[in-house]
Write a protein that binds this ligand. Structure first.
Ligand code: URA
Length: 192
């Protein structure tokens, strides 16, 4: 992958990508959204139907849930974060992206991170943790613990879609745990 002088140039090239089969079925390439100068980058799995239609990440139901949990710790999804995904094109029927697809797409994400230079990366769900850090442990085991690598602090959290399926706010449940995890992120953000 060549390196780009700006995110704008990367975006222009990325929307023309046909490195994997997902390019044949997508409506739009979903590159990212948010504040390019933010300290936090959030990485999800891949676009769903609404994202494919609009070309923007996390705009459907999972996106609303992400906004809700971020707002609960006073993190503004668009001002405090830049939001993207492991794969930039929608896998048909919202299946998990294959390893060929995540590998084909990874150079875009690597280059995005090089240009964005975040201090904190929130990895939403096991696909993000596995593909980006190569960690295969279940998300339930590793969420909530900082992982430090190359001067970036990574916080694995449950994927917002999982929270939609587990809506209880009761202590110890996934939503409550995510709230704890994001409080750690907010504290770290405040210390920067
Ligand atoms: N789920 C994701 O992982 N990413 C999106 O952009 C939307 C839903």
């Amino acid at each position: 992958m060549k390196s780009y002088s700006s995110l704008k140039n990367l975006n222009k090239a990325c929307i023309k990508c046909n490195s994997c089969g997902l390019s044949k079925t997508r409506k739009n390439v979903v590159v990212g959204k948010g504040n390019e100068a933010a300290h936090i980058v959030i990485i999800g799995e891949g676009p769903g139907e609404q994202e494919d239609i609009t070309g923007l990440p996390f705009v459907g139901r999972a996106g609303k849930m992400l906004d809700t949990v971020l707002s609960s710790v006073d993190i503004d999804p668009l001002k405090d974060c830049y939001i993207t995904n492991i794969v930039k094109c929608r896998p048909p029927n919202n299946r998990k992206p294959s390893s060929n697809e995540t590998e084909a797409c990874m150079p875009w994400l690597t280059e995005q991170i090089n240009l964005l230079r975040p201090k904190i990366i929130i990895l939403a769900g096991s696909t993000a943790v596995q593909s980006f850090l190569g960690i295969k442990e279940p998300i339930s085991k590793i969420r909530g613990q900082w992982i430090e690598k190359d001067n970036i602090k990574y916080m694995p959290i449950f994927h917002p879609s999982y929270l939609l399926r587990n809506p209880s706010k009761e202590k110890g449940k996934p939503k409550w745990l995510t709230w704890q995890d994001l409080q750690k992120v907010k504290k770290e953000l405040n210390s920067i």
